[in-house]
Design a protein around this ligand. Structure first.
Ligand code: HEM
Length: 418
């Protein structure tokens, strides 16, 4: 079997686990295994892929599908607002939306795209690693009269000096995060999930993201590149590291906040890249801006991608090898009091706006146990240090969501809250 074929099968199994994550562990029944076996055609591969997926972390411990690896080639993040007048109605509508989405996610897991109904665009297609992750925005808790159940770490993100936010691309009561290996499966699933809550929730903003597919990669295990051509995602907590839990998953022992115990907080940023300005730079200058080599992602002064950046190294002229305003210096734990988050970046490319400006960049998602000591601390550090990358990017959209754990036996996420 070729490496690519092996990866695709692995991805396919991971997707089933992802869908289980959305639907609850109880969903791991004959449907899931049959679905995979039918797609891959060998029970032996099913078992080894299952073991591999488990070793990388999985929904057995309630982790949302969006945190599983490998990451899907396509995602769509949709922020919706609940359509309701007062607190009681808001709570009721939110409960209905989350219950409907959990139910449909479970059906998609058990029956694959067939659950999308007769005449769906996905006829004849495999599940394509479909994974559904759900989140709740601060505005929902406020509107639903649940401010006392809002964890302090779920405070609104502060304004940052470099923000150029468009309010139309910010906030949202609920988040629907769907990932899949195939864009048709993804589109049809998102459409279906939104249709099931029509009249209860309206789309506030949405952004599709993508990365190179495993099938097209020479090495599917290699860290992907973003649209600036950089290897992006090298320094990240790994799911099999002991620290992953404390850095990415939240612990809330206080009873009113227990609904988020074991969940994660995600910051979503729509960051436009000024690609013409970026590619006008000499390659050497592009490397200085980040502090890493374009060819292989190795830190300047290092040999390999995974080498630890030497922030104290000086060149012959006595200047830092990794510049004072280089992105990786300012974002490093050494500069940010140990701040850590799991970055899951996807490219977005919407073509050109009506003024002919490029609409492309990074659908940046950062997952952490506490955004105050994660995203906010790092973004402040980037601002205060005048991140050299700042001249080539624009933060145009922003949102924060609490992503509760998936608990066995609960009909939907955040059940104990709503
Ligand atoms: C379009 C915007 C951005 C681009 C193109 C970008 C690109 C990169 C690249 C190429 C790296 C080095 C490779 C790696 O470790 O992944 C990196 C590292 C990193 N970035 Fe960004 N980044 C962007 C925005 C952000 C934002 C908004 C944050 C958080 C506020 C952030 C936090 C980090 C962190 C924590 C690291 C690892 C630093 C280390 O310890 O070495 N980045 N980024």
């Amino acid at each position: 079997m070729s490496g690519n074929a092996r990866e695709r099968r692995h991805v396919s199994r991971r997707g089933l686990l992802g869908a289980v994550g959305a639907a609850g562990v109880a969903g791991l029944g004959a449907g899931g295994l049959t679905g995979y076996t039918a797609a891959a055609g060998a029970g032996e591969r099913t078992e080894s892929a299952l073991a591999a997926a488990r070793s990388r972390g999985g929904p057995e411990d309630g982790r949302p599908p969006a945190l599983l690896t490998p990451t899907p080639a396509h995602v769509r993040v949709v922020a919706v607002d609940v359509l309701a007048e007062d607190g009681t109605e808001t709570r009721e509508a939110a409960r209905e939306v989350l219950a409907a989405w959990s139910r449909e996610a479970r059906a998609l897991h058990e029956r694959g795209p067939a659950a999308l109904g007769e005449g769906a665009p996905t006829q004849g297609m495999h599940p394509a690693s479909l994974g559904v992750t759900l989140g709740l925005g601060p505005s929902l808790l406020e509107r639903a009269g649940l401010a006392d159940r809002r964890p302090p770490r779920m405070e609104d993100l502060p304004a940052f000096g470099t923000d150029q936010l468009n309010p139309d691309w910010c906030g949202g009561d609920l988040m629907l995060h769907v990932g899949a290996e195939d864009p048709v499966v993804l589109s049809a699933a998102v459409d279906h999930l939104l249709r099931t809550v029509r009249g209860r929730a309206g789309v506030r903003w949405a952004l599709p993201g993508f990365q190179r597919s495993a099938a097209a990669a020479v090495d599917p295990e290699a860290t992907p590149r973003n649209l600036m051509g950089q290897v992006d995602g090298t320094v990240n907590p790994r799911p099999d590291e002991a620290l992953f839990g404390t850095q990415v998953l939240a612990s809330h022992t206080e009873r009113p906040l227990a609904w988020m115990d074991g969940g994660s907080y995600v910051v979503v940023r729509r960051i436009r890249m000024l690609l013409d300005d970026w590619f006008a730079l000499e390659p050497r200058r592009r490397e200085e801006v980040i502090g890493r080599r374009l060819a292989d992602g190795a830190p300047l002064g290092g040999d390999r991608e995974r080498d630890r950046p030497d922030l104290s190294a000086l060149d012959d002229a006595g200047e830092p090898v990794i510049a004072r305003d280089a992105h990786i210096r300012l974002a490093s734990p050494e500069s940010t009091l140990g701040a850590r988050m799991l970055r899951r970046g996807f490219n977005y490319d919407l073509g050109w706006d009506t003024d002919g400006r490029r609409q492309a960049g990074l659908l940046f998602t950062a997952w952490q146990a506490d955004p105050r000591t994660g995203f906010t601390a790092v973004q402040r550090g980037l601002d205060e240090g005048h991140d050299a990358l700042g001249a080539y990017v624009r933060h145009e959209g922003s949102a924060l969501f609490a992503v509760p754990p998936v608990r066995e036996g609960e009909p939907h996420v955040a059940h104990s809250l709503l």
